[in-house]
Design a protein around this ligand. Structure first.
Ligand SMILES: Nc1ncnc2c1ncn2[C@@H]1O[C@H](COP(=O)(O)OP(=O)(O)OP(=O)(O)O)[C@@H](O)[C@H]1O
Ligand SMILES: [Mg+2]
Length: 298
């Protein structure tokens, strides 16, 4: 994996000035060893079928069908307002938190529809975790308490004797352990932005999700912290399915196996094309994808 170019995705101005040519993106993407679906014994992954989403009478997403194979990373890209956040929120039923929101379609986790009436939504959100754009640790809880907070909220039974090991394991997997191991009793709010985001990842990992949804997780971070999170994503992807929204094409090329391009052309957001990341950046099938990844709009 190549980390030579390192744009912080929050810095849109810088990104525009240094917007890469398709060739450089292509070389970043193809420098990454692509995983083949189905090679990880992690279940069959997540599948969206015919997803539609509304806010009141406004149709925000039309007929999105996308497969996310277990153990792979998929980047969702597209211009602002095309429905990426809306879509990612339908994948763990967060969309329904929004008043007036409506949904149609299916989302299958290991072949079972998470929207079935019999499904316990709380359990679904444990299996399909989410990390947001802005790091949101509990500022007055300690680092250790933050990691365990999801477990406490979900009333999962983890014996006291195992909690220290779990905290360490999650912080290690989130790439934060070495920086905080001597101050687990410090407040979550005392960490830097990048550390807080890794703490949120550790918190999400503690409930052992199968899928991790990340909506622009690096957009508030500096380039160094961004790189650190990307390394974490890379390491985690061997044990889970990851879906990441990003405006940073370089980031999509660096971290993802597959890329899905969304667009709303005055109407609802639609999926224009999806494919292996190296193909999306070298030979996209649709001219609109080509225009977007080469920086002609968006
Ligand atoms: N809570 C909401 N209430 C009403 N409309 C909403 C709400 N959230 C999003 N929308 C609308 O749905 C559409 C898709 O928005 P969404 O936030 O999913 O886009 P996005 O691709 O994530 O954009 P960005 O890249 O700017 O984050 C937009 O037209 C937006 O105005
Ligand atoms: Mg968004």
């Amino acid at each position: 994996m190549t980390h030579s170019q390192n744009n912080g995705s929050g810095d849109k101005e810088m990104e525009t000035k240094t917007r890469p040519t398709p060739n450089s993106l292509a070389s970043v993407a193809s420098g990454r060893a692509q995983k083949q679906p189905g090679t990880a014994p992690l279940g069959s992954g997540l599948e969206a079928r015919g997803v539609h989403a509304w806010f009141g009478s406004h149709l925000a997403l039309r007929d999105i069908s996308l497969d996310f194979s277990a153990g792979t990373v998929t980047a969702l890209i597209g211009p602002s307002g095309c429905g990426k956040s809306t879509f990612i929120r339908t994948l763990n039923r967060m969309h329904e938190f929004i008043p007036t929101a409506a949904f149609a379609g299916q989302v299958l986790l290991d072949n079972k529809d998470i929207y079935e009436a019999s499904v316990d939504v709380t359990k679904i959100r444990l299996q399909i975790g989410m990390v947001f754009q802005k790091p949101n640790p509990f500022p007055s809880m300690t680092i250790g308490e933050n990691v365990l907070s999801g477990i406490k909220l979900a009333q999962l039974d983890v014996p006291k004797s195992e909690r220290d090991d779990l905290v360490q394991d999650c912080l290690e997997r989130a790439g934060l352990w070495n920086e905080v191991k001597d101050r687990l009793d410090a407040h979550g709010g005392s960490l830097s932005g990048g550390q807080q985001q890794r703490l949120c990842i550790a918190r999400a990992l503690a409930v052992k999700p199968k899928v991790l949804l990340m909506d622009e997780p690096c957009s508030a971070l500096d380039p160094g912290s961004t790189l650190r999170i990307e390394e974490t994503i890379n390491q985690l992807s061997s044990s889970m399915t990851i879906i990441i929204v990003t405006h940073n094409m370089q980031q999509a090329a660096r971290v993802s196996d597959y890329t899905a391009f969304f667009l709303s052309d005055g109407g609802p957001g639609e999926l224009i094309e999806v494919g292996p990341t190296s193909e999306i950046f070298t030979k996209p099938r649709d001219q609109r994808t080509e225009n977007y990844v080469s920086g002609r709009f968006g």
